[in-house]
Each structure stands twice: as structure tokens, then as C-alpha cells.
Design a binder for this molecule. Sequence first.
Ligand code: OAD
Length: 250
Amino acid sequence: MEPGVEAAAARLGRARRVTVITGAGVSAASGIPTFRGAAGLWKTYRPEELATPGAFAKDPRTVWEWYDWRRQAIAAASPNSAHETIAAWSLRFEEFTLVTQNVDGLHELAGTLGVIRFHGSIWILRCAVSCGARPDGWEDRTAPLEDLPPRCPECGGLARPGVVWFGEAIPGDALESAWRAVECDVCVVVGTSSLVMSAASLVDEARARGAYTVEVNPEATPASSRVDCAIAGRAEEVLPEIERLIRARA
Ligand code: OAD
């Protein structure tokens, strides 16, 4: 068993308010490449070169080809034991919030309640020229997409993915709800490189407000030295192990 698992289970076992923050590592075992690992490279591009308004303005087709590639990987994927454990926690704790940076929808598919999507959804499209006809965008689960780049059904202008790009603001309501949710007893941050703001600052805020903080990640991150308990392991192994111990103690 990884060091820290016992301590995390003990804290969670007596927690009332729990907040979990996730990143791409949670979906790695479902076959979805993380952004910053070697598998995150697509053709010769890094995500930081594609997930920006500037990249889309310059070459919407290439940006859409990348999203179409990710959409196809996600369409073929199912939630793994990390998503399932988090879904069980969302039912167990008196107050539970999941703040996810993932746009794949696998947490929702696993049945997790209380999901705050920080970076939107890859299954939502929006009008890139903001014609205003569908301000919240529309759902499109076609994978692969029939026409690249896809178009707004109202005005015929370019459509864009309904995700938050580098340099764009996190939706205000998501940010506000996340800020409220870090007022908790235990905050668990899982599978994120903790490099991208504002998600990266949430665990620090939780700790500053008195929460016991746990990180689950096979690699060290900037958050590792700042949390109370850093567990070096994979989400799909560590989270079910924590859950097993919580049940054994109950
Ligand atoms: P990253 O790709 O930056 O980091 C993934 C993290 O998951 C790394 O720290 C890995 O060590 C860890 N990891 C890999 N396999 C794991 C496993 N089986 N269990 C647990 N952890 C594992 O992804 P994010 O931190 O989610 O934003 O990236 C944050 C944001 O940057 C994304 O939402 C996306 C990206 O560019 C935008 O597109 C705006």
C-alpha cells in the first residue's frame, strides 16, 4: 500500500464536507491521453499550441482535427475505478463537490453528483462568431465529426469547442461555486499537474481555510510539497484502496 493511504482514509472516514479536484490523470486509465505526458502530443503540437483563441483564429481546421481526435478517444472510453470511487463519494458525504478540469464527461457518466466543470465540455459546440442565437451552445456527440470545421446551425459561421482555452476566463459561476466548495473538511486533488490556474490554487485555498489536503498522482507536482498528504500512485488504484479502508473502518 502507498504511504498516506491510511491517513487519507482515516480523515475521509470522519469527514462531513469533502471536495475533490480532478485533472486528466483520472481519465488516463480509460485510455484518454493526458495533456502534458508524452501521449499528449498530437502530430507535432503541444496542447498549449492548440487550445488557444489565437491558434483557432489562425488555423481552425487543425484545432478541430485535434478536438475531433480527442472526441473519438473519449467516445470509445468508459469511466474507470477512479471515476467510480468519486461517484460513490458524491453519494456518501453530507456535502460533496467535484471540481473537474476534464471536459470528457466521464465523471457525469459514472454518476457523480455535484460536478463543477471548470473547463467546459468537449461535447458542447458554440458559435465562434457569437451570433447570439444559442448563447449556451449546443450538444453534438458525433465522433468523428462529419464536416471539419463544423458550423453554427443558425448563422453558418464557424463553430468552436465549448471548452475554456488558455487565456480565457473560467465561467464565473463555476469559479464562485468552487471557491465556496473549498470550505471543506478534506480536499483531495487527483491526477492534475497543478500547473494551470485557477484550479491549481484551489487546494492551497482549501488548506488555508483549515481543510486536510491530499494529493494522488504518480508524479510529484508543485502541489505535492504543499499538501498534508501526498500519495504517489495511480488514481485508479489508490482511490479504490482508500475506499476499501473507509469501508473497513466503518
Ligand atoms: P496534465 O496533462 O497537465 O496532467 C496530468 C497529470 O496526471 C500529471 O501530473 C500526471 O502525472 C498525472 N497522471 C497520469 N496518469 C495518472 C493516473 N493514472 N492517476 C493519477 N494521475 C495520473 O492535465 P491537467 O492537470 O488536467 O486545459 O491539465 C490541466 C489543463 O491543462 C487541462 O484541463 C487542459 C490542459 O491544457 C485546457 O485545455 C484549457
